[in-house]
Design a protein. Structure first.
Length: 161
């Protein structure tokens, strides 16, 4: 059983009415708990740090055909901002159009847990999902575009056969 105690952290949790209170957070098996066994706990001193629920970016162009085109148009990004391989991460590139691995790592470092790709053409949705599957750590999904795709809308109206 893994137990953790994060001590003296400023907590922001609007759902539970906590607005910057300094407190300890007990974690057991990856979930917040009321308490932990003080004899078997790993303690992290988080004085001066902030804890809050993970962020959600509901509109982030992180994958799909437009992002791949941007990667082709910005080859200099591949040498100016390198995400090096470590024992637990894969390598990638950053800057204006990060690779899938770098996107996942950097969102997680910023405290995000969920990222949404907002504009996927229906005929490119499968490829978008493949890139999302390649983006580590964060939860993710995409919103397909239908309104500006007259051919697809007509096809759906007639019924796919």
């Amino acid at each position: 059983m893994t137990e953790l105690l994060v001590k003296d952290v400023y907590v922001y949790d609007p759902f539970n009415g906590v607005n910057g209170d300094k407190m300890d957070i007990a974690v057991r098996n990856g979930k917040i708990a009321r308490s932990v066994n003080t004899k078997r706990v790993r303690v992290i001193n988080a004085s001066g740090m902030i804890a809050m629920p993970g962020g959600v970016d509901a509109h982030a162009h992180i994958c799909g055909p437009k992002v791949n085109m941007a990667r082709l148009l910005r080859p200099e990004d591949h040498v100016k901002d390198i995400e090096t391989r470590t024992r637990v991460t894969r390598s990638g590139v950053g800057r204006s159009v990060p690779s899938t691995f770098t996107t996942g790592y950097r969102y997680a470092r910023m405290g995000y847990t969920t990222v949404m790709e907002p504009a996927t053409p229906p005929l490119e949705t499968r490829h978008t999902h493949e890139e999302l599957n390649d983006t580590p750590i964060v939860d993710k999904a995409c919103f397909p575009l239908f309104g500006s795709n007259w051919f697809v809308m007509e096809y759906l109206k007639r019924g796919a056969s």
